[in-house]
Design a protein around this ligand. Structure first.
Ligand code: FEO
Ligand code: CA
Ligand code: CA
Ligand code: CA
Length: 596
């Protein structure tokens, strides 16, 4: 596991210098323009953003908070006119609301929420669908776009697939077990080959409070996913987020949500065939035989990599024929062996240990407790699986494993080779016969991340990688149409790596393999989400999430509330505007492909 001597990066742009300051930076010769900020209008009648007088009603008509996944769905096949779909993963109350933060004994304390605040938070979650157009080289939102839509933590959704209508999903408000209000903690996602939008429900456990009734049947299930965790106070005002009042509600989250963006009144569908866990994202590719393969990560220390293969095949000539492909198929969980083989093990009721004796009475139980099914099958416990991206050009699959500092020396395995893995790694999978639907394949570690100049870190960037080019904590990634890998990060900070998060271009082929170059970096406190390339590779969209948030490093680098002299007021830099998460659009000056 040593650095490769490397030459000839496939990326010719001049690298950005790694560092930390109040704003974003892109490589020389490119423009990086703010496209949509928290609070921006997405409808003709959206109220102007007024941060000191925000309301849930206004927020539901404005761009949401903490943009994460970014997808592009072309209109009429255009790379210059389409729908931008953006997830709003979570809310940072201390950065959103004035006057709620105090410092007690050196610690940040956030005031208890009232219902007005909670309802704004709920309206700032979910997703945005907004028409965008590129005119004369510049992108703008089309506010009167007929398909523009906000999805929030209150939007009515339909449950479909094996768990739909199951007793374990029934509540007082929904005795049918099929009608759920809202989606939460939508981290990454996907756009399907048939042009629908998928939002992944990741850390849903944080939204639940209360104690389950004594001896409740869901106790072990909820323990496995960390419910209730109580980061949010929604349950004080909405009974469904209090498990003492609605014990089954947590079984209605942790799914993949599919939205038909071509009908602004369509009811989003929670597709339970893809399993219930802390879903990171759902990038997909059409396999040789026409079935569609979705790669799914469960972002938790010691949890699993999954894929879902549809039973039906994709019909490129009939969109309607594809609309329920996600209801039937096979969910697999990955086992990475030391000899370099990966086996995709089916999570199918009645097969192997997934039987009534083990508490799985039907496929509904298997998908509701997908993690426990994976435990029984002996899946490989990974270092927090994040975005997983199939690469149609070289036939590989890239798995971002962000970090896992709790892995001990005894728990090290071939696919998770470092104890106290603070900086994460990237695995490259080659499916058998180049068939993405295959049930076996091979794998190798593409990259162990971290500072290569510190020997004990064990980073494996190539020797061509500069002091700016290395990174830690890979989270999201994208593959451009030339098949090249771009990685964005979550967790680089003054303390962790002496740099902010950003977007790095990573060579995977030939002599330059494992060379990385910094293309874009975020303002202090932010993480880098997205990234996404338009089909013509002439635009890259990136999402700057939670700028100004200090996390563990807030002292000295941020202030806990925007009215108290934050270290950044990106992107407006105005006294009366808080720091705002935003989607940034990157284009090459003078036009052309982002990277050649
Ligand atoms: Fe929301 Fe796994 O990052
Ligand atoms: Ca993520
Ligand atoms: Ca991605
Ligand atoms: Ca993240």
């Amino acid at each position: 596991d040593e650095a490769r001597a490397a030459t000839g990066s496939a990326f010719s742009f001049k690298e950005v210098e790694a560092g930390i300051d109040a704003t974003h930076h892109v490589a020389e010769g490119y423009d990086a323009d703010v496209l949509l900020r928290w609070g921006d209008a997405i409808f003709p009648d959206s109220p102007a953003f007024d941060p000191l007088n925000q309301s849930a009603e206004a927020q539901a008509k404005q761009f949401g908070y903490n943009n994460d996944y970014v997808g592009y769905i072309p209109l009429d096949g255009s790379a210059k006119h389409g729908l931008l779909v953006v997830n709003h993963e979570y809310t940072n109350e201390h950065l959103m609301f004035a006057g709620i933060v105090s410092i007690v004994d050196g610690k940040v304390e956030v005031a208890a929420a009232d219902q007005a605040r909670v309802d704004i938070e709920m309206a700032a979650h979910g997703g945005t669908i907004v028409e965008i157009i590129n005119e004369n080289g510049k992108w703008r939102p089309v506010l009167d776009g007929k398909l523009n839509r906000r999805i929030t933590a209150s939007t009515e959704m339909l449950v479909t697939g094996p768990a739909a209508g199951h007793d374990r999903l029934k509540t007082n408000a929904d005795p049918s077990g099929t009608k759920v209000l809202g989606t939460i903690n939508n981290c990454a996602g996907g756009v399907t080959p048939w042009g629908t939008y998928i939002l992944a429900e990741e850390n849903f456990h944080g939204y639940f409070i209360g104690e389950l009734p004594e001896g409740h049947a869901e106790a072990a299930n909820y323990k496995r996913v960390g419910v209730p965790e109580g980061s949010y106070q929604w349950g004080n005002f909405h009974d469904r987020f209090d498990v003492s009042k609605e014990p089954n509600e947590p079984n209605r989250f942790g799914w993949m949500v599919e939205v038909d963006v071509m009908d602004p009144n369509s009811v989003p569908k929670k597709r339970t065939a893809l399993g219930r866990f802390k879903h990171e994202g759902a990038e997909s590719i059409v396999a040789q035989d026409g079935r569609v393969v979705f790669y799914l990560g469960d972002d938790e220390r010691f949890d699993y990599v999954y894929k879902f293969v549809t039973a039906g095949t994709y019909n490129p000539d009939d969109r309607a024929a594809n609309m329920d492909l996600l209801d039937e198929g096979t969910l697999y969980v990955a086992k990475f062996d030391a000899d370099g083989k990966v086996t995709w093990m089916p999570l199918v009721h009645g097969e192997g240990p997934l039987t009534p004796e083990n508490g799985f009475a039907s496929q509904a139980d298997v998908v509701i407790e997908a993690r426990r099914a994976g435990d029984l099958l002996g899946a490989t416990k990974m270092d927090r699986p994040e975005d997983i991206e199939p690469n149609g050009v070289n036939g590989k699959v890239y798995v971002m494993l962000t970090n896992n500092t709790r892995r001990t020396d005894e728990q090290v395995d071939a696919a998770n080779p470092r104890a106290k893995n603070a900086f994460g790694h990237i695995i490259e999978i080659t499916e058998e016969g180049g068939d993405f639907a295959a049930t076996t394949g091979t794998w190798e570690v593409l990259l162990q991340c971290g500072d290569p100049s510190v020997a004990e870190v064990g980073a494996t960037f190539s020797t061509e990688t500069t002091k700016n080019g290395w990174f830690g904590m890979p989270d999201n990634c994208a593959v451009d149409s030339a098949g090249r890998l771009w990685v964005s990060t979550d967790g680089n900070s003054p303390k962790a790596t002496g740099r902010t998060d950003g977007l790095w271009a990573v060579d995977t082929e030939g002599d330059a393999r494992a060379t990385s170059k910094l293309f874009f970096r975020v303002p202090v406190g932010a993480e880098m989400c997205g990234p996404l390339f338009t089909p013509d590779d002439e635009t890259a969209f990136v999402a700057v999430q939670h700028p100004g948030d200090g996390g563990d490093d807030w002292e000295g680098f941020g202030r806990p509330s925007y009215y108290e002299d934050l270290s950044t007021r990106w992107p407006d830099f105005k006294d009366d505007m808080p720091v705002r998460p935003a989607v940034v659009v990157i284009t090459k000056q003078g036009g052309g492909k982002i990277a050649v």
